[in-house]
Design a protein around this ligand. Sequence first.
Ligand code: PNS
Length: 201
Amino acid sequence: MKRVKAIYPGSFDPPTNGHLDLIERGSKIFDELVVAILRNPEKDPLFSVNDRRQMLESMTAGFENVSVDTFHGLTVDYALRVDARAILRGIRAISDYEYELQMALMNRKLQPGLETVFMMPAEKYSYLSSRLVREVAQLGGPVNCLVPALVVQKLREKMDVAHKFNIDDDGGGPEAAPEAAQRMSPEKAIDAKPKSRKRKS
Ligand code: PNS
């Protein structure tokens, strides 16, 4: 019998309990499921691709048929490269439908042999998005019921660094910010710089 491999592409910035719910559902109907993180140089993510990969690997360690990978370029090209026959996407509410339908039809146009399969996460996650998790965390709200403990920890670390950086920046004179930045890894220092972000998902 033919084995069915699927990819679950997305930004996962950060991965949420809703993503995990969908991964679990997908792992039950596909023989193999690859969670594929888009490497998009044009986006300004909160977490690096490496961070997201680590979080997802840890979250999915219990699923034998689930792996994590990264890709750039067209999703359909990546799917073909890894021999997948389906693209898994989640639909939380009717508001997701229009965008997802458009994307599924475009992907079908680009690669007619590839099917998009939509699954619905549990109702309790129907309002949950990475964008809202980022926003709540950045404004100091609790996110422990929205994302796995590991992601809560990673968010906390990000927020602590950003907070420290801002305080030093405001109160410590011109030298303080670079000093604070020196105590961080270069990646964190860059992420912690106050900047206006525009994110969609
Ligand atoms: O988690 P997201 O941000 O909703 O995921 C969107 C994603 C990564 C699935 C979509 O942006 C995508 O497939 N990007 C890769 C480029 C591509 O294939 N574009 C054409 C889609 S029709």
